[in-house]
Ligand binder design. Structure first.
Ligand code: SF4
Length: 194
């Protein structure tokens, strides 16, 4: 997953784009963000939409019905708890439905410029294959990066590794023969490769 949907936009747009992009390619996420924005660009407007209308706007993102329910719930909670604003606080973001550490961190970084590490399954997989670290889960990878990676790289690591994971170091059968860092890679856990 790469989050570009809300980049450069408002915090609510960043949060919505990040939620929509989960398990969905950018080429599907970006048009869905635009369609949703056309009917609801604020928490107030989104909370006032029906779940079906939201689902119709964001289709065909993955789990669009679930995401539609969550988006409406998120919008309502933003109004109830935060005066209609997206909080710039990790714990407050994590308290919103469907918002995990990756989404919260990306929202903090992209919307507020707060140093945060955006770790998704691509980042987690690639760093483990390279041998840069050894961890079992993306959350563990995030904690290791927070502890050891210089802050100036925290946001960039996601922007660099996600496209790399989509094009070269793919989940199944990575393109090691085309990889620019092949000489330095331990290929930990890599079976079939091209
Ligand atoms: S050499 Fe292969 S496993 Fe290692 S980073 Fe490159 S594509 Fe991924």
């Amino acid at each position: 997953m790469e989050v570009v949907a809300g980049r450069g936009g408002d915090a609510f747009g960043v949060l919505v784009g990040t939620l929509l992009s989960l398990r969905t390619r950018d080429e599907t996420t970006l048009p869905a963000c635009r369609r949703l924005r056309a009917i609801a660009s604020t928490p107030q407007a989104l909370a006032g939409q029906g779940v079906q209308a939201i689902a119709k706007a964001i289709y065909p993102v993955a789990f669009y019905r679930v995401k539609a329910r969550r988006l409406k719930a998120v919008a309502r909670l933003l109004l109830e708890r935060h005066g209609g604003a997206v909080p710039d606080d990790l714990d407050a973001l994590l308290a919103l439905p469907g918002v995990g550490r990756k989404t919260a961190n990306l929202t903090l970084g992209l919307a507020f410029g707060i140093p945060a590490v955006g770790v998704d399954i691509h980042v987690h997989r690639i760093l483990n294959r390279l041998g840069a670290l050894s961890s079992r889960t993306p959350d563990q990878t995030e904690r290791l990066l927070r502890a050891h990676l210089p802050r100036r790289w925290w946001l960039r690591v996601n922007a660099i590794l996600v496209p790399f994971g989509q094009a070269i170091c793919t989940p199944q059968s990575p393109w090691c023969s085309r990889c620019p860092v092949a000489a330095a890679c331990r290929r930990a856990g890599v079976g079939r490769r091209r």
